[in-house]
Design a protein around this ligand. Structure first.
Ligand code: HEC
Length: 161
């Protein structure tokens, strides 16, 4: 199965496109699978799912009897995306692509800082799953804050609004 990693391949194609666009502007706007528009649609749709999962956790923690099974399922959803986050931001997928995105140019100016925050997601999502398997609701609350803190750390620096 040589095409088993379409998203990774999309990232590579975009890098090539970004380079070509200096020679042939307009090409990067083509609406094929590797276009900035397609990449941005995938990342926004995926972030929406992560956002919904985070909301499930936060909402459960506001109830008198938080549903651990629901929170654990949500933590797994977040965990399932963490390895992809860096790959959602290939060069050329910012506002310069002419599409609607809240990704700030600072992402590509401070890539190491961006990647370092992205890399904190996986271990924190995993810890969320671990504490949810136990009986310490205070630990669950603390970890929800820590995990949500990774999201907002990145959004503060790298996302418009
Ligand atoms: C390393 C940076 C980074 C991390 C970590 C991160 N985000 Fe984001 N997020 C972004 C950027 C940049 C955008 C804007 C993407 C765009 O508009 O193209 C975004 C967009 C979003 C959106 C809006 C999607 C839409 O278009 O409607 C939601 C919701 C979201 N993130 C939730 C989360 C949650 C929940 C977490 C943590 C579990 C998280 N994000 C972690 C950078 C990050």
């Amino acid at each position: 199965m040589s095409r088993s990693h379409p998203r990774l391949m999309t990232g590579g194609a975009l890098l090539v496109l970004a380079g070509l666009s200096a020679l042939s502007s307009g090409m990067a706007a083509a609406a094929d699978a590797g276009s900035p528009q397609a990449v941005i649609e995938v990342r926004q749709a995926s972030f929406k799912k992560m956002g919904a999962a985070m909301k499930t956790i936060v909402d459960q923690l506001k109830t008198d009897a938080p549903d651990k099974a629901r929170m654990a399922a949500a933590a797994l959803v977040i965990g399932s995306y963490t390895a992809e986050v860096r790959g959602w931001f290939p060069a050329g997928s910012g506002a310069e692509a002419g599409v609607d995105t809240d990704a700030l140019p600072y992402i590509w100016e401070a890539r190491a800082k961006f990647d370092a925050i992205a890399d904190r997601l996986a271990p924190e999502a995993k810890t969320m799953t671990t504490v949810l398997a136990g009986d310490d609701m205070a630990a669950v609350r603390a970890q929800a804050k820590t995990l949500g803190g990774v999201c907002s750390d990145c959004h503060h620096s790298f996302r418009a609004d």
